[in-house]
Design a protein around this ligand. Structure first.
Ligand code: NAI
Length: 465
């Protein structure tokens, strides 16, 4: 094995997703000698290569198509012979991903982050083996950050075959529109990819174990989401437990049960989107005594510190929401602390967004969570149907809901469904970051006419101000 003489680092990161590459850049900017280790030929991890970014490109292209198809006529625009081809759709998606991959390579060079491609394995005592083909090298670092991310969860009774039973990795790359598509799970991936293929004419049915669409949001948001998506042609089987896949007369069916009712959904593609699990294959975590929890996540304290000195973990491999921006913030905080500065993540205010049309977004506690924590809450709501900009721009579907503490008026959470709420939620995050009240939000001047006025109006409705 080769021990490279130039390989003493202050800061080594394993995994170049948004958690890992952001940590590496920050550490290098703070003067730490930094290496970023990545097993794939591309930087960017799940988010850039097969997750957030390609799915947003597909959502944008298909939303454009859907709007022209369904809204152009009402705006005095006539379009003849409108078509969309999947090859063109995928080409656009690839160009977006390629551009950002190139940007990342440049960023690493500009910030003097050394990138080493290969599988990183922890050897203990600050050492990491990097294996690439037949070559192995060992480096050492004072601080090691594990940012190896997550992978799709497989249902044991219907394993992925890459063709008919697929994960989101294939679901973003079909070469033709599936005639009939069954999706297991009405969470972020199921709703986003279900929307993409339904807009192109696929007959999409989403099967969800819980009684609601997007079940992590408050009930009224879930109901509004269900109504909107049904209007777009998505079908739902809620409160149904998937039992398997069967073949009959050359056709494939997803089977499920709801109480005594038996469901059979014909599908040429079955997308399983029931969550993701931490990915640590080949890392050697157990060999060096790294503590994992019952779900194989690396156990960390509030600052990403594992049970081993000098070893940290961030992002999907640890506890918390599997979201790129959560991983990024953790990466920055760990780099800052390694450089002797203060670094901190406010876990109370991590926004969550589903990029469908309308979009769904939340931050902080839902009404149900706030009540479960013992708060007496005051709620303010406003519909997009009452918003001038919404009416002028065909964006009347949806609502904003502000949840405040009845005693102090402090904002506890905000939930929204509507066009562009992925952007509007940032305002709620900022108010909450500064400990703002519903009254603060209500007294903040908003440009008129904007969709963001619904947030101000909902805050004003708290306590019928
Ligand atoms: P998810 O956790 O968001 O949703 C999975 C859904 O599947 C849940 O509603 C769950 O009740 C349901 N489910 C679980 N087992 C089931 C079964 N056997 N039968 C029927 N339904 C079942 O997971 P998803 O959508 O796969 O996304 C994975 C991760 O990636 C999540 O952590 C998500 O936050 C993240 N992600 C985030 C996005 C975003 O921020 N817009 C986009 C895509 C993914």
């Amino acid at each position: 094995m080769q021990q490279d003489s130039t390989t003493d680092y202050d800061f080594a990161v394993i995994g170049a997703g948004p958690g890992g590459y952001v940590a590496a850049i920050k550490a290098a900017q703070l003067g730490l000698k930094t290496v970023l280790i990545e097993k794939s030929p591309h930087l960017g991890g799940t988010c850039l290569n097969v997750g957030c970014i390609p799915s947003k490109a597909l959502l944008h292209s298909t939303e454009l198509f859907h709007k022209i198809e369904h809204e152009a006529a009402d705006n005095g625009i006539s379009v003849k012979g409108l078509t969309m081809n999947v090859a063109g759709l995928m080409k656009k998606k690839e160009s977006v991903v390629t551009k950002l991959r190139g940007g990342l390579i440049q960023l690493m060079a500009q910030n003097k982050v050394e990138v080493r491609h290969g599988l990183g394995r922890l050897l203990g005592n600050g050492k990491i083996e990097i294996a690439s083909g037949k070559t192995k090298a060992v480096i050492s670092a004072k601080n090691i950050v594990i940012a190896t991310g997550s992978t799709s969860i497989e249902l044991p009774f219907m394993p992925f075959d890459g063709e008919t039973i697929v994960s989101s990795d294939e679901g973003i790359a079909f070469t033709e529109v599936p005639k009939k598509m069954a999706i297991v799970g009405a969470g972020a991936i199921g709703l986003e990819l279900g929307s993409v293929w339904a807009r192109l004419g696929s007959d999409v049915t989403i099967i969800e174990l819980l009684p609601n669409v997007a079940p992590t949001f408050d009930n009224d948001i879930c109901k509004a989401a269900e109504r909107s998506f049904k209007k777009q042609g998505l079908k739902f089987e809620l409160g149904a437990k998937v039992t398997g896949v069967k073949q009959a007369k050359g056709k494939t069916y997803l089977t499920a049960e709801r109480g005594s009712e038996k469901l059979e959904i014909e599908a040429d593609k079955i997308l399983v989107a029931v969550g993701r699990r931490p990915f640590s294959e080949g890392l050697g975590a157990a060999d060096i005594g790294l503590k994992l929890d019952e779900r194989k996540r690396i156990v960390v304290d509030g600052h990403g510190q594992t049970n081993l000195p000098g070893v940290f973990a961030i992002g999907d491999i640890t506890v918390g929401p599997m979201l790129a921006h959560k991983a990024e913030e953790e990466g920055v905080a760990i780099a800052e602390r390694a450089a002797g500065k203060a670094g901190h993540v406010n876990y109370e205010v991590i926004p969550n967004v589903v990029y469908t049309s309308p979009e769904i977004a939340s931050v902080g506690l839902s009404e149900a969570e706030a009540k479960a924590k013992g708060y007496t809450v005051r709620i303010g709501k406003m519909l997009f149907a009452a918003n001038g900009r919404g009416i002028a721009s065909d964006a009347t579907d949806g609502l904003v809901k502000v949840i405040a503490c009845a005693k102090t008026d402090k904002l506890l959470g905000v939930q929204m469904i509507g066009e562009h709420v992925s952007e509007i939620i940032a305002e709620a995050v900022a108010h909450m970051e500064y400990g703002g009240s519903a009254e603060d939000l209500s007294r903040t001047v908003h440009a008129h006419p904007t969709l963001s006025e619904t947030l101000k109006a909902a805050a004003t409705m708290v306590g019928n101000r």
